[in-house]
Design a protein around this ligand. Structure first.
Ligand code: ANZ
Ligand code: ZN
Length: 734
C-alpha cells in the first residue's frame, strides 16, 4: 500500500485546470474534455509517487457573474453561491479528485484583500496610473473594457456595438514588461498557436522615430519602419484622437474636422487598420515642417492612423506604403517615388512599391541601397536631434477600471487636499458593501458611488473628508494570481505562505480552452513577473506547460449552448451510463486537442466495455492459489500494456491510452472464452489491469479491487514497473 498523503521526500506535481467562473449553466460534457484528462494525470502522478496539487476554485467576480445575476434579478452573492454548489456537485459525480480543502473564491474578502494588496505593490512600483482617455465602452455591460476585451469591435462577452467614451480610468503598466513577455515565450512549453498570438499581440516592431516640427517649432514625432522613404513624404496624418488635432485645425476646416472626428472614434482599431477598408480623412488646414527639406507638409486627420500605436501620427509616403497610397489617391495628394526597383525607371505611381531598391530623389542619399540609406538617415537624423532608432509595440497598457459593482474595489481614496491616496496596507481589505441596488443605472458611474457608507471616508493621510475610488477591478485582475493562492489558500498574512509557494509553484501543467490566449494568459505572466521583481516568487513564468483541449460540439455539429437547446450534461450521462463510461468516452472520442462531435453510440460502447470488464472479474477471478499451465504471451502483453498506458498518459494521448486498455481486455476475454484463465499470468493480469485502469475509470476499478479481496484503495497502489524486454517483444494477437 502506498500512502498518497503529502510526503516531503516526494517530488511535486501541480496540475491546474483553468478555474471556473460560476455561471448558472453548469458544466456540459464539453467541459469534461478538460477536466477528465487532468484528473487522469493527477491520479496517475499520485500513483507514480508525486505529491500532486490538483485544486479548483471560482473566478467569481466580474462581468459574467454579474450579468447572470442581473438577468435573473438576484444578487450576485446569492447566484454565485448557488452556482458554485452546483459545480461542486458536478465535479464530484464525474469523479474529479480535486482537493476541496483548498477551494478559493475570488469574491470573498479573504481573497480579494490580496488582489488589493498587489494593486498597492504595483502602485508603489509605478506600475499603476490613472489616465483620462478614450475607453472602449460596452453599452450592454455598461462598463469600460480593456483593448484586449474589445478586440474586433465586439465585447469579449460577445456583445456587439462596442463604442468609445472619454473617461478617467486606472491602468496597469503591462507595456513595461513587453520585451520580457516576448522573450519568456521561448522558455515555456506552450502550444505554438498561443505563443504566436501572444507575439502578435505584443507586436514588437523595430524602426525609427522621426521628429517633424510645427510651424511654431514644437516637436511632433512619428514612428516609421522606413526612414529611407523620408524624401517621399507628401502628407502627414494624425489619428483622430491625437491631442494636437485642434492645434493644427484652421478656422475654415473646423467644421469638417469636427464632423470627421465624431464618426471616426467609434470604430475599432481592427476595423480601422483593415487593409481593404476605404481610406478616409480630412485636411486640418495646418502644416508640419519636414526635418530634412524644411518644406511644409500638409497635416491630415485619418482614421487608419491609430492613436494606440507609435506616436499616433504617421509620415505619409504614398509611393511606398499601400495605405498611404490609397489615401493619396482618394484625396489627390502627390505621389513621390524615392526607391526604385532594380531595372525599373522608378517613377511609376500606379501602385505603392514596398520593396527594396536604389534611392532616387533623395538628395545626398541618391544611388545608395535603400537598406543602407535607412541606417544612414536614422543616424543623420539622430545627430541633428531629429530622431533615432525606436521600438514600437502594438500592446497597450491594461485598463482595469470597471464601472461595475461586482468586482474588487480599487484601494484608492480621492482627497481634496492630497489628491490620490492609496489605502494603507493595514486598512485592507476595502470591503465591497452589500448593496441591494447593484445594477448600473446608465449614468456610466459605478454603483458604488451611490452608497454613502462606502463612498465617504476620511483621507488616510490628512483626515479631510474624502471619497473612495468607485471603480472596481475587472475580473482578469483576480485571475492573474489565483494559481499562487492554492499553495496556501487560508493564509492570512499574505497572498501565500512563502514555504508553501516554493513547494508547489510554478504550475507544472495548466489546461484550459484556447480562447484565453491573450487575456488571462498574458495578464498572469505579467503579474508573475511583477511578483518576481517584488521578491515574492522565485520564478518568472507561472505555467511551465500549457495544453488546450479540443472543442466538443453537440450532435448537431453546433457549439453546445443553452440557447440552442443542444446541451448535454454530465449529470444526465452519469445517471444513464455511469461516470466511468463518460470519462472513457471523453478521452476515447478523439485526440485530446482535436474538435469532435458528441456521439451517443460512443458512450454506449464504453458502457458495454465496462460491463465486459465487470463480467471478466465475476467469471474468471480466482482467489485460490492453484494455477494451471503458463501463458508467456499474456505476460508480454501485460508488460506492453503497462508501458503503453504510461507513455500515452505522459504524452497526452488519452484516446490511444484507452485503446491499449481495450486491446488488453480483449486478450483476457479470449482467454476467458477458451477456458485458459487458470494461469498465474492471467490472474496477475487481472490485478494489473485494475491498477493501470484506475486513473481512467476510478469507480469500477475501486469496486473490483475490493471484490477481488484487496485492501482500500486501488488509488493508493504504486504504479507498476514494466520489464522493457518483455514489453518490446510482445505481439498482440487480436
Ligand atoms: C512611413 C512608411 C513608408 C511606412 C513606407 C511604411 C512603409 P509596423 O511594421 O506594423 O510596425 N504607422 C506608424 N504609426 C502608425 C499608427 N499609429 N497608425 C497606423 N500606422 C502607423 O508598421 C510601421 C509603419 O506603420 C510605419 O512605417 C508607419 O508607416 C505606420 F514605405 O512610415 B511607415
Ligand atoms: Zn488628504
Amino acid at each position: 500500500i502506498y500512502h498518497t498523503a503529502e510526503d516531503e521526500q516526494r517530488p511535486k506535481y501541480y496540475c491546474l485546470d483553468f478555474f471556473r467562473y460560476p455561471s448558472g449553466d453548469g458544466l456540459h460534457v464539453g467541459h469534461c474534455r478538460n477536466y477528465v484528462p487532468t484528473d487522469v494525470i493527477s491520479r496517475y502522478k499520485r500513483m507514480r509517487g508525486f505529491n500532486v496539487l490538483h485544486p479548483m476554485g471560482w473566478d467569481a467576480f466580474g462581468e459574467p457573474a454579474e450579468q447572470f445575476a442581473i438577468h435573473h434579478n438576484v444578487h450576485p452573492r446569492v447566484t454565485t453561491d448557488q452556482n458554485t454548489a452546483n459545480f461542486r456537485h458536478q465535479y464530484r459525480i464525474i469523479g474529479a479528485s480535486y482537493d476541496w480543502s483548498r477551494e478559493i473564491d475570488t469574491s470573498q474578502p479573504e481573497y480579494y484583500r490580496w488582489t488589493q494588496w498587489f494593486f498597492l505593490k504595483m502602485y508603489q512600483r509605478g506600475l499603476v496610473y490613472r489616465d483620462t482617455n478614450w475607453q472602449w465602452w460596452c453599452p450592454t455591460c455598461q462598463t469600460t473594457l480593456s483593448s484586449h476585451e474589445a478586440a474586433g469591435g465586439t465585447c469579449w462577452r460577445g456583445h456587439p456595438g462596442v463604442t468609445r467614451r472619454e473617461i478617467p480610468a486606472w491602468y496597469f503598466r503591462i507595456t513595461a514588461y513587453a520585451d520580457e513577455l516576448l522573450s519568456g515565450l521561448d522558455e515555456i512549453d506552450w502550444p505554438e498557436p498561443i505563443k504566436a498570438m501572444q507575439r502578435a499581440w505584443i507586436g514588437r516592431s523595430e524602426g525609427c522615430e522621426i521628429i517633424f516640427t510645427t510651424e511654431q517649432g514644437e516637436a511632433i514625432p512619428v514612428f516609421t519602419t522606413r526612414p529611407d522613404t523620408i524624401y517621399g513624404v507628401t502628407f502627414f496624418a494624425l489619428a483622430p484622437e491625437h491631442p494636437w488635432v485642434h492645434k493644427f485645425t484652421s478656422p475654415e476646416q473646423q467644421a469638417p474636422v469636427e464632423r470627421y472626428l465624431q464618426a471616426a472614434v467609434m470604430s475599432s482599431d481592427r476595423e480601422r487598420s483593415r487593409e481593404e477598408r476605404p481610406k478616409t480623412g480630412v485636411f486640418t488646414g495646418g502644416y508640419v515642417i519636414h526635418p530634412l527639406t524644411q518644406q511644409p507638409i500638409p497635416v491630415w486627420v485619418a482614421d487608419y492612423v491609430l492613436t494606440t500605436y507609435g506616436s499616433g501620427a504617421v509620415m505619409g509616403v504614398p509611393a511606398h506604403d499601400g495605405r498611404d497610397h490609397a489615401f493619396a489617391e482618394q484625396y489627390a495628394i502627390p505621389i513621390r517615388s524615392v526607391v526604385k526597383a532594380d531595372g525599373e525607371g522608378g517613377d511609376q505611381t500606379q501602385t505603392a512599391y514596398p520593396g527594396m531598391g536604389q534611392m532616387i530623389h533623395s538628395g545626398i542619399y541618391d544611388g545608395m541601397e535603400n537598406t543602407q540609406a535607412a541606417a544612414q538617415i536614422a543616424l543623420d537624423l539622430q545627430r541633428r536631434g531629429a530622431g533615432g532608432t525606436k521600438v514600437a509595440y502594438k500592446m497597450r497598457d491594461w485598463l482595469i477600471s470597471r464601472q461595475r459593482y461586482w468586482g474588487t474595489p480599487i484601494p484608492i481614496v480621492h482627497c481634496p487636499r492630497c489628491g490620490v491616496v492609496p489605502v494603507p496596507e493595514d486598512q485592507l481589505p476595502v470591503v465591497l458593501p452589500a448593496m441591494e441596488q447593484f445594477k448600473p443605472d446608465g449614468s456610466g458611474q459605478s454603483p458604488l458611488a451611490r452608497t454613502a457608507e462606502f463612498a465617504h471616508v476620511a483621507c488616510p493621510t490628512c483626515g479631510t473628508p474624502a471619497h473612495r475610488e468607485y471603480d472596481t477591478m475587472g475580473g482578469f485582475a483576480c485571475s492573474a494570481w489565483y494559481y499562487t493562492r492554492f499553495a496556501s489558500p487560508h493564509f492570512e498574512h499574505g497572498p501565500f505562505e512563502p514555504q508553501a509557494l516554493r513547494k508547489w509553484l510554478p504550475v507544472d501543467l495548466y489546461v484550459g480552452g484556447a480562447e484565453h490566449a491573450v487575456l488571462h494568459l498574458l495578464y498572469a505572466r505579467f503579474w508573475t513577473k511583477v511578483m518576481a521583481d517584488e521578491g515574492l516568487v522565485p520564478f518568472r513564468e507561472p505555467f511551465t506547460q500549457l495544453k488546450n483541449q479540443g472543442q466538443l460540439l453537440a450532435p448537431d455539429g453546433q457549439r453546445m449552448s443553452k440557447s440552442r437547446g443542444n446541451v448535454i450534461t454530465p449529470d444526465a450521462m452519469v445517471a444513464e451510463y455511469g461516470a466511468d463510461a463518460l470519462r472513457l468516452y471523453e478521452m476515447f472520442m478523439a485526440p485530446f486537442d482535436q474538435d469532435i462531435q458528441w456521439n451517443l453510440d460512443g458512450i454506449q460502447g464504453m458502457r458495454r466495455f465496462l460491463v465486459k470488464v465487470w463480467r471478466l472479474y465475476q467469471d474468471t477471478w480466482q482467489p485460490a492459489t492453484v494455477y494451471q499451465g503458463s501463458d508467456p504471451q499474456l505476460e508480454r502483453a501485460r508488460h506492453k500494456t503497462m508501458r503503453l498506458v504510461s507513455e500515452r498518459i505522459d504524452g497526452f494521448r488519452f484516446n490511444t491510452m484507452v485503446s491499449a486498455l481495450m486491446e488488453f481486455v480483449n486478450l483476457l476475454s479470449e482467454r476467458a472464452r477458451q477456458g485458459t484463465w487458470h494461469t498465474v499470468e492471467y490472474q496477475e493480469s487481472l490485478e494489473t489491469l485494475l491498477v493501470i485502469m484506475a486513473p481512467a475509470a476510478p469507480h469500477i476499478c475501486e469496486e473490483l479491487w475490493m471484490l477481488t479481496g484487496h485492501n482500500y484503495s486501488v488509488h493508493q497502489q504504486i504504479w507498476p514497473n514494466w520489464d522493457e524486454e518483455l514489453a518490446r517483444s510482445a505481439n498482440l494477437e487480436i
